[in-house]
Write a protein that binds this ligand. Structure first.
Ligand code: ADP
Ligand code: MG
Length: 619
């Protein structure tokens, strides 16, 4: 299956490596490649099936088992069987503490740095290691089926993954011995699988609706001249088929009048119920009633009840669709095609709701749980140079910027900017003789950095001592096609330079991306007020600093009253600065300015004329 070519210079055979496409899913993972007939195909390692459940079990010795065999341990050994680890990738304990009840294993808050770890046996594992185990299994299956080493891969991630999560995915690939050529957004892969955009003459706007086991996202893509551009994305990283299962479990608990507390203590019974609920849900994708027993618990579910149970969750996804369209500034009528992705879109009610919202029949011809891996294989083929006419553009889901005066967020790359992208801005120092500049990089939509997510921080050192405002520091953001950020700071006069690739802090303090977006809207008004107050304060503080320095430096040109009066105005401004009334600060600043202007001008004249004098004496 691997291509073989002959090196004409040496006469040696060279085997061209296959690059695989991997869908590393919350619930299921799979690997695909382009077969000799040039069609994408999911790899089926004889008898093991196409979907590899993203479940890892550790035995007493600490050996990992991945996939269906591991899934069986969800019932017999739930504490050492880890599922849905993708939900924990790049997240902090704080992010997931509310969801602890959805996990049957132990999630640990690592001392202080808030990095999530998972306990299995007597060892702690990071989500990266666990994802690495899943990728190792996929790599092994691909190698076994293709009978050739597999070292390079394209891995997909939800469009909503932030930089930390993308980087964590990359690291997991590295741990599995894979060279990750590209991290691709799942909706982009899905549209590739449908061949949409492969014809350069095609011009389309499409919506990709992806409801999997643990995440939901919708993306609006514009495809033109063979270029894919993500116009907007929206979703919820804590919404998926798992929620449907949970709703069914709680329904049965209530129906059977079971003791909730006793049940929660019985992890393996809870898991059995969870798996039974999933079975019922899947059955209802092709029949109207599910009726079984688990021990002496009646597990009955009819279509109408099921739809009632999931109605609100599905409605939430439709709201996301609305918001995505709004962000893309498009109406429903402007969407040419809709693609369904994710196993949960097999639920007829979900299909109906999507169809009725978009007013058109969505694509569901390709298995929704395979479509992303198939598209990833096509992307891998493009990267291998086999389809060089295609370009891919993605979009950044959250704004990126740096902290400026008073803790304000200064956006450099706005949300929904096309990736790859480059942007920059010039800054300066605020203190005389300042030789270091702290550059803190944030992600988010709020005006205050404290409300956003910190990605990294570094010092630009060795700025030559100059008066405040003179150094020119260019800060450039380079966001590459994987959505990984490089930040460069350079002082233009001296050339001192500092650059970092963001090594994101895996321990996050943010909520989901969606939460951040909603927060930015609900807090817009107070954010603006706070920003104005902080800006007024910044100006006021700068003015106090300048005025005091002015009196010290130029006291010889000023008389006693001018000096003492200036001091009074400065004190009044200082007092205003301790309060939180913006207008008061601005008023006192104005008064100080008004008072000092005449003699500031006078001093300036003297300074200029003495400088001129100096010059003429020199010559
Ligand atoms: P992920 O991308 O999160 O790994 P998948 O796309 O594999 O997830 O979807 C997994 C989800 O799809 C699970 O919640 C599973 O129960 C659900 N699912 C699979 N088959 C069906 C079906 N026939 N009907 C309804 N839901 C299904
Ligand atoms: Mg998926």
């Amino acid at each position: 299956m691997a291509k073989i070519s002959i090196n004409l210079a040496t006469g040696a055979f060279q085997q061209e490596e296959i690059i695989v496409g991997i869908d590393l899913g919350t619930t299921n993972s799979l690997v695909a490649f382009i077969n000799p007939e040039k069609n994408p195909q999911v790899i089926n390692d004889t008898g093991k099936g196409l979907l590899v459940p993203s479940v890892v079990h550790f035995n007493a010795k600490g050996d990992a088992l991945v996939g269906n065999e591991a899934k069986d341990f969800l019932i017999t050994d739930p504490a050492n069987t880890i599922f849905s680890v993708k939900r924990l990738l790049g997240r902090s304990y704080k992010d997931v503490a509310n969801h602890q009840d959805t996990f049957s294993y132990k999630i640990i808050d690592d001392e202080g740095d808030s990095l999530v770890k998972i306990k299995a046996g007597d060892r702690f594992y990071t989500p990266i290691e666990l994802s690495g185990e899943i990728l190792k299994e996929l790599k092994a299956r691909a190698e076994h089926a293709l009978k050739t080493p597999v070292n390079r891969a394209v891995i997909t991630v939800p469009a909503y993954f932030n930089d930390s999560q993308r980087q964590a995915t990359r690291d997991a690939g590295k741990l599995a011995g894979l060279d990750v050529l590209r991290i691709v957004n799942e909706p982009t892969a899905a549209s590739l699988a449908y061949g949409i955009g492969l014809d350069p003459a095609q011009q389309k706007t499409i919506a990709v609706y992806d409801l999997g086991g643990g995440t939901f996202d919708v993306s609006i893509l514009s495809i033109q001249n063979g270029i894919f551009e993500v116009l907007s994305t929206n979703g919820n990283t804590f919404l998926g088929g798992d929620d449907f299962d949970r709703a069914i479990v709680y329904y049965w608990i209530a129906k059977n009048k079971l003791n909730k507390e006793e049940l929660s203590a019985d992890l393996s019974l809870m898991q059995s119920l969870r798996l039974k609920a999933e079975e019922a849900k899947k059955a209802l994708s092709s029949q109207n009633l599910f009726n079984e027993k688990l021990g002496d618990i009646w597990c009955t579910l009819d279509m109408q009840t099921f739809e009632e149970l999931v109605k609100d969750k599905v409605a939430e996804t439709i709201t996301s669709c609305k918001n995505a369209l709004k962000d893309a500034k498009l109406s429903v009528e402007e969407i040419d095609e809709v693609i369904l992705v994710g196993g949960s879109t097999r639920t007829p009610y979900v299909k109906q709701q999507v169809e009725s919202f978009f007013g058109r029949k969505p694509h569901d011809q390709i298995n929704p749980d395979e479509v992303v891996a198939l598209g990833a294989a096509i992307q891998a083929d493009i990267l291998a140079g086999n389809r060089s006419d295609i370009l891919l553009l993605d979009v950044t889901p959250l704004s990126l910027g740096i902290e400026t005066m008073g803790g304000l967020m200064d956006v450099i790359v706005p949300r929904n900017a096309k990736v790859p992208t480059k942007a920059g801005r010039q800054y300066t120092t605020s203190l005389d003789g300042q030789v270091n500049m702290k550059i803190s990089v944030f992600q988010g939509e709020r005006d205050l950095v404290s409300e956003n997510r910190k990605l990294a921080e570094f010092d630009l050192k060795g700025i030559p001592a100059m008066p405040a405002g003179l150094p020119k520091v260019d800060i450039n953001f380079l966001l590459n096609a994987d959505g990984i950020l490089t930040v460069q700071a350079i002082e233009l006069r001296s050339g001192v330079k500092q650059e970092i690739d963001i090594t994101p802090s895996y321990g996050l303090t943010d909520d989901t991306v969606e939460r951040m977006l909603i927060d930015s809207i609900t807090h817009a008004k107070s954010d603006v007020e706070q920003r104005m107050l902080i800006e007024a304060r910044g100006e006021g503080e700068q003015l106090v600093y300048t005025a005091e320095r002015f009196i010290d430096k130029h006291s010889e040109f000023l008389n006693e009253t001018e000096i003492s009066e200036t001091r009074n105005y400065v004190d009044a401004l200082k007092a205003a600065l301790t309060a939180t009334v913006k207008d008061e600060i601005l008023k006192k600043a104005d008064e100080l300015n008004e008072f000092t202007r005449p003699f500031a001008e006078r001093v300036m004249d003297v300074a200029v004329s003495s400088a001129m004098k100096g010059k003429s004496i020199d010559k």
